[in-house]
Design a protein around this ligand. Sequence first.
Ligand code: C2O
Length: 543
Amino acid sequence: AITRHYELNITMLNVTRLCHTKSLVAVNGQFPGPRIVAREGDRLLIKVNNHVQNNITIHWHGIRQLRSGWADGPAYITQCPIQTGQSYIYNYTIVGQRGTLFYHAHISWLRATVYGPLIILPKRNVSYPFAKPYQEVPIIFGEWFNADPEAIISQALQTGGGPNVSDAYTFNGLPGPLYNCSAKDTFKLKVKPGKTYLLRFINAALNDELFFSIANHTLTVVEADAIYVKPFETDTILIAPGQTTNVLLTTKSQFPHATFLMLARPYATGAGTFDNSTVAGILEYEYPSSEKLTLFRPTLPPLNDTSFATNFSNKLRSLASAQFPANVPQKIGKQFFFTVGLGTNPCDQAQGCQGPNGTKFSASINNISFVQPTTALLQSHFSGQSSNVYSPDFPYNPLHWFNYTGNPPNNTMVGNATKVMVLPFNTSVELILQDTSILGAESHPLHLHGFNFFVIGQGFGNYNPNKDPKNFNLVDPIERNTVGVPSGGWVAIRFLADNPGVWFMHCHLEVHTSWGLKMAWLVLDGKLPNQKLLPPPADLPKC
Ligand code: C2O
């Protein structure tokens, strides 16, 4: 293991897409940002220099940050933002992880343009659990907005309505030929016949889960969220914002006299408006002659194909077996039941409210819409000055009980507070996440910072504590950092709280996070010296 140094300069960059040029916040003059590569066990020192007018933080999405919570990145949770002209060195060691992750800005909607791949290779001389691929290609899905995403969300929050949707989806920043004025901005995957490629997919889109498929080619899924899975074949993958998926693509043994479109477009279950467009890229064989080639196009599942989503997530299994079961916490220390969904807040009529029935859109966990503090939770906890920053009484269960997936209750109002859930070190947590039908059932990709969790069960309707646990998978459940709470259903996860610090948990649909679908866990220090959060670095930004 070695120490790797990176420097990320946050600067403005002029980028043209869809015949529309705008100045956006970018990393090292690149959009998307540069690739960061390390090996398992390496230490990363990444200096972020803020040269733009916006405050910034960077989150290393999926990195466990064992005892190094100061480097996690969510603004006002683990750190105050890096202000204009300031720098901060993110310092962490990659412990027990290898695979595809990504980094992104973690403040307001800046992650719309500030993101890039974070690739963790296995330790030297350690191989993949599959044959070495001929080539590895990161493909990062994003969303392009002609307007400034910061302006879009701040206007939406003021008027209480839904924000404008994006103008295009992208592969590595490129919308592709199905959009007007975009054919030259097409991602091309150039391949040779008879080879196996490892495609590292990352969904960095702000607000949309995406289906992806390549015409006439089968994909073999081998990893999700930087955890190997039992390989399975599929024509289409489904990937939510915050998730990563590695697949093997074996090309045709002979030149196929054709090129092949790869497409992605949303899986959408909610009632709200969304960007219903399709990004296309091209799988192109490096053909020796200039013969005219046929173009094939894949078929993607219908927009709201929840049964595809269910089948796909059921196929994701860890490499564990009955003989060597996964390391799932067996004895539960604490059990929680969290409802996740939308709701409303009163709206000041003077502002012209565009939300439901003259209210503002809001979103909550257990009826609490999280209010972002003005100083970082981790700093206030560490310095013992937390009492007027947050309260440690996040509810174990919803404040109001109702038929979560039946007729929505008349009262859709949420409470607003900054509450955290406190966990003693090494608590085994079982958490049921229940979708609610308030303002429409919807799949919510819930992301937990600081941990991987085991996905031990999922189902539709209301979770039944007497019946559903009998079907939990404690043998080979997938381990991940972002899970889709099924639309009109629930998911059960377990994790061991072995990482002291303050850990954000939120919907990775950015609009839902903005509306308050977020909370934080505070994991206390253990007794032993190596069970304690490290002290804050000297350059930690101040609010
Ligand atoms: Cu990828 Cu808290 O986020």
